[in-house]
Structure formats: structure tokens, C-alpha cells
Design a protein around this ligand. Structure first.
Ligand SMILES: NC(=O)c1ccc[n+]([C@@H]2O[C@H](COP(=O)([O-])OP(=O)(O)OC[C@H]3O[C@@H](n4cnc5c(N)ncnc54)[C@H](OP(=O)(O)O)[C@@H]3O)[C@@H](O)[C@H]2O)c1
Length: 249
């Protein structure tokens, strides 16, 4: 496929470096600041020859980028985090414009398997009523949002599955309430991304963890999504796409 990269930071570069190996070709790079960008903004000229746009920019710019790309009727894969509170609005836009959009706070296939494992555990633990739960994540010191979108997704999964948990807290300053799920993050060095879910009872602790070894883990998921884009209708999360694919096997 012919790709336009929107945002040319760490993820944009990783996708460019791996595109050929996966039989794709990067034909334009849109980034207002990068010296290596072919264009400074999204326009008919910058993306018209591509089959799909891959969006890894910033939480501040992602929504306006999605809007501009949808107006130009290009399909989209969105990896930028920090905008999922606007999912309904974006879904409407996708329906109005007839494009396809695959999104994820984390494109790592292993992380999406981890989401399914955590959902299954939370569902089982919910029957027992004896486990408390919390989430922590560790990322490199350049990451702009905290906690990570992936940690928030884990929180949403647990809130869906455990009836005693109905609120996520990320800025706890005092005692936690039993209905709350505490999510914390720390920033350190060059760590690609670690997420853990702690399930704690009076007699034991279950620790579920996922650790990314390098940034290619996210790019591989993006290429997996691209290979299935022709089967997608409208807007779908990568998690649903992966589950639909794996359960069909
Ligand atoms: N879904 C996943 O699997 C996954 C994996 C890794 C990261 N992420 C997320 O993806 C996003 C990008 O990550 P990253 O590590 O590549 O970050 P990054 O290295 O900071 O790259 C973001 C790039 O986008 C540029 N940019 C700023 N405004 C823009 C605009 N309006 N249009 C296009 N580009 C713009 C930034 O320029 P400046 O630096 O000059 O502002 C930077 O070059 C973050 O939200 C991150 O959390 C998602």
C-alpha cells in the first residue's frame, strides 16, 4: 500500500524504516516541524496519492488531523493516544465521510492479547469479591501523556467487568475508595512501555504484566491492521479487529 505518515516522531520513523519489509511504500510525510517531512500540513497535495494515512502525532493535534484526513476521504490508522473521549464524535465523522478508520491506544499484538487476558481475569475475580485491583505503567521520559492510553484502556476493561469498581482515579492525593481503580505511571529513561495489573486479596497477589521490548512491536500491529483494512467497514478498534481475526482461525 502507498502510505502517508502524519507525524514523524519516534513512531513515524519506525513505521518508515519497516514499511518496505512489509511490502508498503511511504510516499509522503506530513509533520509541521520535522526537517525530513515532505509536507508541513495535511492537504489534497500531501496525501492525495496515498491509499491510507498513518497518524502518530500528538494528543493536541490528532483530532484536527483526523478531521482534515476524513474531509479528504482517506482511510486512516490512528495510533496517537489521548483522544478517546472523542470517539463518538469521530465515529460520526467516519460515518458521514464513508472512510475506514482503525484506532488503538496500543497497536502491539501482545498488548491486545493482554487486554483479553485481563478482561478474562477481571470477569473471574468479579465472581469472588475478594480481590482489589490497581494498574501501573512505566514509559520513557519523552512520553507526553500520563497515565498512558493503554493503562486507561486496562482501567476501562476492569471497570466494565468488576461490579465493585466504577471509577478510575489517576491523581490520587488521599485515601482510595473501594469503588475506585487507581492508575499510576512513572517516567524513566528509554523504557518502551510496561503495563501491570495487580490483583490483591488477603491471601495472595496476582501480577499480570506486559513488557514491550522495542518500538517495532507497535509498527508490526499497524502492518497487521493494514493487511486487513479492506475487510473493515467504518470505524473499528484494533482490539476488535484482532479478536475477530483470531477467533475466526
Ligand atoms: N498506538 C500505539 O501503538 C502507540 C505506540 C507508541 C506511541 N503511541 C502514541 O503515538 C503518539 C506519537 O508517539 P511518538 O512516540 O511517535 O511521539 P513523538 O516522537 O513525540 O512524535 C510525534 C511527532 O508528531 C509531530 N507533530 C506535532 N504536531 C503535529 C501535527 N499537527 N501534525 C503532524 N505531526 C505533528 C511532533 O512534532 P514535535 O515533537 O515537534 O511536537 C513529532 O514529530 C503519542 O500519542 C504516543 O502516545 C501510540
Amino acid at each position: 500500500m502507498k502510505l502517508s505518515l502524519i507525524g514523524f516522531g519516534k513512531m513515524g520513523r519506525t513505521i518508515k524504516n519497516l514499511a518496505e519489509k512489509y511490502n508498503h511504500k511511504v510516499i509522503s510525510i506530513v509533520d509541521p516541524y520535522s526537517k525530513e517531512a515532505t509536507h508541513r500540513e495535511i492537504s489534497n497535495e500531501s496525501i492525495q496519492d496515498s491509499d491510507v494515512c498513518i497518524e502518530f502525532s500528538t494528543p493536541e493535534s490528532v483530532i484536527s488531523n483526523i478531521e482534515a484526513i476524513a474531509r479528504l476521504k482517506k482511510d486512516l490508522v490512528v495510533g496517537t493516544t489521548g483522544w478517546h473521549n472523542e470517539l463518538n464524535r469521530v465515529k460520526e465523522l467516519v460515518e458521514q465521510t464513508g472512510i475506514k478508520l482503525i484506532y488503538a491506544s496500543n497497536f502491539a499484538i501482545g498488548v491486545n492479547l493482554f487486554f483479553m487476558i485481563v478482561r478474562y481475569c477481571a470477569r473471574l475475580v468479579n465472581q469472588l469479591n475478594s480481590y482489589d485491583v490497581s494498574i501501573f505503567e512505566v514509559h520513557h521520559s519523552q512520553k507526553k501523556d500520563i497515565p498512558s492510553g493503554t493503562a486507561i484502556t486496562l482501567g476501562d476493561i476492569i471497570r466494565d467487568e468488576m461490579k465493585q469498581k466504577d471509577e478510575i482515579v489517576t491523581n490520587l492525593t488521599g485515601k482510595i475508595d473501594p469503588n475506585q481503580i487507581h492508575i499510576t505511571g512513572i517516567r524513566c529513561g528509554n523504557i518502551f512501555g510496561e503495563h501491570s495489573v495487580i490483583l490483591d486479596s488477603n491471601v495472595d497477589t496476582i501480577l499480570l504484566s506486559h513488557r514491550a521490548k522495542n518500538r517495532e512491536i507497535f509498527a508490526e500491529g499497524v502492518f497487521f491492521a493494514l493487511d486487513r483494512l479492506n475487510k473493515v467497514k467504518g470505524m473499528i478498534s484494533f482490539q476488535d479487529l484482532l479478536r475477530d481475526t483470531l477467533l475466526k482461525v
